[in-house]
Design a protein. Structure first.
Lengths: 193, 193
């Protein structure tokens, strides 16, 4: 940030009085502009034992598989955002939603929040940001083809809970190095090469 | 937003291609600037049956009572943010933290997330943003003197769960009209005047 978004004056990057972090401050008015983590919200949608997944039609990770999810928008609740993303990306409506996972991804300033839910009816299809939307059984999931580490982790937790017969709420943190470890663990030789 | 924070060019407020909401867009480069909800994170800290509360030394709601809480910062997890706010505002460390409430406050673009926890040791005191920090029993809480509706709701849920003998995770939404209803319900005549 170089210019004040409100008046166009140069921005100073310094610690304001009474604070302990550098902030963007307008050199003309003293207004402080904060930068905070953003929430990405989505759904694990189950239908007849299979999970609704989207092959991405956009960057980043074009062509890789994801759960319907995206940035929470102003004016909507976390659940409303998760349901909207499912509608936009997978043309699907959900019912019986329960909060399932909240994953801090601090190195990119994001919190990823997933509901688990059931598909309402049986309709789904590819939205604008998806090449293809499919209901996949656990064995059909191609783990190295997943788009993001939080998708990977949320699905791992989901299938583990489903096998255990009880769903919990999972709060955890994923760092920059976790992604590679996940991919290695699922590679055909268990990461030995 | 009137000026591009990166290049200083005028901002246009319009719907970008492939989107369905108006965004702030740089008229020179086309860069899109998104505005998303922010997370406020805090703790309900219990010690010998009483709750750690802070009387605010800053606006808004100077002089009113709150739980230690504040905006989640870049680079920290939700739990780390909640613990940091408790350290900053109440000079207290926490242990045994469990996620307790996630409250959407859409009309101000915020999500308020509270952990419940126990005080580590017995030290606490007023941080810079607090006039006074006290351990209050449920009967000592002056409900009309609470600073914010989410504080009110989180404490209500906490004491109800404690009486019931089991703590849940509470996800809900508070609107602009809920605050008045809460205050009336707790006024001496139950809101009849």
């Amino acid at each position: 940030m170089s210019f004040c978004p409100n008046c166009g004056a140069p921005i100073e990057f310094r610690v304001p009085e009474g604070d302990d972090r550098k902030r963007n401050i307008c050199s003309a008015t003293g207004e402080i502009f904060y930068d905070n983590p953003r929430n990405v919200v989505g759904c694990i949608v189950e239908h007849e034992g299979r999970i609704l997944m989207c092959r991405r039609a956009i960057e980043p990770r074009l062509g890789f598989w994801t759960l319907p999810a995206g940035f929470l928008e102003l004016g909507e609740t976390i659940y409303e955002g998760a349901a909207r993303e499912t509608r936009e990306e997978a043309q699907a409506e959900v019912v019986d939603a329960e909060l399932f996972a909240m994953i801090d991804v601090t190195h990119i300033g994001q919190v990823h929040i997933f509901y688990r839910a059931r598909l309402a009816g049986s309709h789904y299809g590819a939205g604008q940001e998806s090449q293809l939307v499919s209901l996949l059984a656990e064995d059909d999931i191609d783990w190295p083809q997943l788009a993001f580490p939080t998708i990977y982790r949320a699905l791992e937790r989901y299938f583990a809970d489903r096998r255990a017969g009880t769903f919990g709420l999972h709060t955890e943190s994923l760092g920059a190095n976790d992604w590679k470890a996940m991919q290695l663990a699922r590679s055909p030789d268990g990461g030995r090469t």
